[in-house]
Design a protein around this ligand. Structure first.
Ligand code: SF4
Length: 427
């Protein structure tokens, strides 16, 4: 461990000392979010306004899925100069008109910006307004940026949801308080949470993003919201600007995280403790039983997180406290201290937290520490595997349902699997 890192090892609260790094990064851009968002909002379409590189990224990130009618596409805008801007706007309008004529089921169209200079010159918010007026009321057109200059991997979801907040309907001022769960969750997880809230006696619960555009939830000063994902800083700010109030909580990963996340909502809405315990205790016990076999494999193993998905801190908390793993370094691309405060407070002392990335230095630290398992992006996984280090792709943790009680065992298994595979390879 180098001297700078030594000075930044956590003591007391985990967030007191964080190693901040700025340098070369190895992360996907925010366009990646389209891969899970288009599955979530079933009548939305994502039109990337970008280059051939963007088209390739989306195709390869979504490559495992074969659709007769995919709900994303790329309008290629390269090889144009400034003089071609009018043309570019006309071209975009033409592509959108063609798309909507062919796909009348589309109710929500996102124009997703990217980094090529030809695209940066285009004013996509004006284009979205123009197209929204033209196709109103059948289709709403919004825009956000998934550019690699402005967003990493999961920030695309944040940018997408933040673009939706201003068009959410307003609740009536006399409406009773309601709960909004914010962040894309797999439908199966959403259904489980809905059942838990209902069993606790919390009836007025909505999820954002919704599964269909016409189901956009109404919000207002009587809305309290729980974040289901740790990378939604801009969305949370936009909701607060509309008067909604955030309920601080750890993220719902593992039995403990899920219980505390649900408990934060239960406390906020005055749910009686006995009722809360009666609903959650059997679920938590089942989660513990599901984790146990993986715990025996993983306890004491040393894990190193490269920054990628922003899920690193809640995952590290789960792995340290419920699975018994030792955290060597927990890197995150961006640390939202408020939203992660509860998870940070539960991390064991003495770990190295890093924010941002200087990939070469971090690789040096990783090699020096020789961890049993490394969580990282696809670009780093192959070289590390070739060096004999077991890896887990962080992108898998975004595409797999991992939140909630029912998924706690699967979540632990995701970390056990690469170690089991390596043992088999070595044997
Ligand atoms: Fe690459 Fe930028 Fe397109 Fe992302 S948005 S694929 S970083 S060119």
């Amino acid at each position: 461990m180098n001297t700078l890192a030594q000075r930044c090892v956590t003591s007391g609260s985990a967030a007191d000392n964080v190693l901040r790094e700025r340098g070369q990064r190895e992360v996907f851009c925010g366009l990646t979010g389209i891969v899970w968002l288009h599955r979530k909002i079933q009548d939305a379409f994502f039109l990337v306004v970008g280059s051939r590189t963007c088209a390739h990224l989306i195709q390869s990130a979504a490559g495992v899925m074969i659709f007769a009618e995919p709900r994303f596409a790329t309008a290629i805008m390269e090889e144009r100069d400034l003089a071609g801007l009018v043309d570019a706007n006309d071209e975009l309008d033409r592509i959108v008109a063609q798309l909507l004529a062919r796909r009348p089921e589309i109710k929500l169209l996102f124009l997703v910006g990217s980094c090529p200079s030809e695209v940066i010159k285009l004013d996509l918010s004006r284009a979205a307004l123009r197209l929204s007026q033209r196709f109103s009321p059948d289709v709403r057109v919004l825009n956000y940026s998934g550019s690699g200059i402005e967003t990493t991997f999961t920030q695309g979801e944040d940018a997408c949801l933040a673009s939706l907040v201003p068009v959410l309907p307003q609740t009536a001022s006399e409406a009773a308080s309601s709960l909004l769960v914010v962040g894309a969750l797999a439908d199966v997880v959403e259904d489980q949470f809905r059942r838990h809230f209902s069993a606790m006696g919390l009836a007025s619960v909505a999820f954002f993003p919704p599964r269909r555009a016409p189901e956009l939830p109404a919000i207002g000063p009587n809305t309290r919201f729980l974040l289901a994902q740790p990378f939604l800083g801009d969305t949370a700010r936009a909701l607060e600007e509309r008067g909604c109030r955030w309920i601080p909580a750890p993220f719902p990963l593992g039995g403990e995280g899920t219980t505390q996340w649900l408990a934060a909502a239960a406390d906020e809405f005055g749910i009686e403790r006995g009722r809360f315990d009666a609903v959650t205790r059997p679920l938590r016990e089942r989660a513990e039983r599901a984790i146990a076999p993986h715990r025996s494999r993983l306890a004491g193993k040393r894990i190193f997180f490269f920054p990628d998905s922003q899920l690193e801190i809640p995952l590290a908390r789960f792995l340290a406290r419920e699975v018994g793993m030792q955290l060597v370094e927990v890197g995150t691309p961006y640390l939202h201290r408020d939203h992660l405060a509860a998870d940070l407070a539960m991390l064991p002392p003495g770990i190295l937290l890093s924010e941002g990335q200087h990939v070469e230095r971090q690789l040096d630290r990783c090699r020096a520490e020789k961890p049993d398992l490394v969580v990282c992006g696809l670009g780093l996984a192959n070289p590390l595997e070739a060096e004999g280090i077991a890896t887990k792709w962080s992108i898998e943790l975004i595409f797999t349902p991992i939140q909630g009680y029912e998924q706690a065992g699967d979540l632990a298994e995701l970390f056990a699997r690469p170690l089991v595979r390596r043992t088999k390879l070595v044997a």
